[in-house]
Design a binder for this molecule. Structure first.
Ligand SMILES: C[S@@+](CC[C@H](N)C(=O)[O-])C[C@H]1O[C@@H](n2cnc3c(N)ncnc32)[C@H](O)[C@@H]1O
Length: 291
């Protein structure tokens, strides 16, 4: 699959990458058909739009800070292959997984959400090197805190080091997302915004723990990455795609929340790196008779 490079890490742009790949193939076929000039022009025009959307969206959104750029650059130099060989990683990630870092456009959108709901207590499920966590912390309400959950001790160390250096209230809890969520629930913790960016087949379980234990503040927001899974949620063509399709199907029927997806896609200029959000708003004014 083709990728687009923004900053130091190559990002897969989901459905858009697929479109680019297919359009390239069509253009190649049309090269052998000199009588199809009009078709070729139309495909070329489509190609220009597909490849221009993401940089345009990033360019016309508020810029990210130099300290976030630094996290992106430093993440690109991580040698996960060696860490894996040395047995320092719990999961089987290697250098091909560096692109699991959030995409700049995602962090711009996350910052927008944090600002509009004036989020103070923020939770991130799946923190990696802290690109999203620090992005949200930079714009959270005064006195706020971002709590990350991350399974890899190596990534937790990086985040803790940066939190001290950047003097931002970002804390990371090392452990399996489901276990940590359950223990935060037991403590009675509640969050204004929760960014879910972890194991796709576990999204439904995260959601159930959060909602069944009252972990989302009234008018709080849950933002979930990759709910389209490059279109595989529609076609249910792998286990993650099917799980994500089940997840959004469940959420949309849950009277405790209002859910939004289409408009989020548009906000993202249909940028499939974020692969669409399910933004879930716990809305206490929902008619109790219907719940
Ligand atoms: C997509 S990345 C998160 C990217 C991050 N949100 C950002 O803004 O750059 C997913 C992260 O989840 C972590 N992870 C994987 N399995 C996990 C689990 N069971 N519990 C907690 N974290 C997990 C991975 O190590 C990885 O760092």
């Amino acid at each position: 699959m083709t990728s687009t490079r923004y900053g130091a890490i190559k990002h897969d742009v989901g459905i858009f990458s697929k479109m680019e790949m297919h359009l390239t193939a069509v253009l190649k076929l049309l090269e052998q058909k000199p009588d199809c000039v009009e078709a070729r022009n139309k495909v070329e025009e489509m190609m220009t739009l597909v490849t221009s959307l993401t940089p345009y969206q990033i360019d016309r959104s508020t810029s990210l800070s130099p300290q976030l750029d630094r996290i992106m650059t430093e993440t690109s130099t991580l040698d996960l292959n060696t860490l894996l060989k040395e047995g320092k990683l719990v999961t089987k990630v290697d250098n091909t997984d560096l692109n699991m870092i959030s995409f700049p456009g995602q962090v711009q959108l996350l910052q927008f959400f944090v600002r509009i709901i004036n989020a103070k207590n923020i939770l991130e499920v799946g923190t990696f090197t802290g690109y999203g966590a620090f992005g949200m912390a930079e714009v959270m309400a005064p006195g706020g805190k971002v709590t990350g959950i991350e399974i890899e001790p190596v990534f937790c160390d990086l985040v803790r080091k940066r939190a001290r250096e950047y003097n931002l209230n970002v804390e990371v809890i090392q452990g399996k997302a489901i276990d940590v969520l359950k223990s935060l629930a037991k403590e009675g913790q509640q969050f204004d915004m929760i960014y879910v960016d972890c194991i796709k087949t576990e999204y439904l379980e995260y959601y159930q723990i959060i909602m069944d234990n009252n972990m989302l503040s009234p008018n709080g927001l849950i933002v979930c990455d990759n709910v389209m899974w490059s279109g595989k949620a529609i076609t249910r063509s792998d286990s993650a795609g099917s799980a994500l399709d089940d997840f959004t199907k469940t959420v949309v029927q849950d009277k405790r929340v209002v859910s939004e997806k289409n408009r989020m896609d548009q906000l993202e200029e249909m940028n499939e790196v974020m692969t669409a959000y399910a933004a879930l708003l716990r809305w206490d004014s929902v008619d109790p008779a219907q719940s």
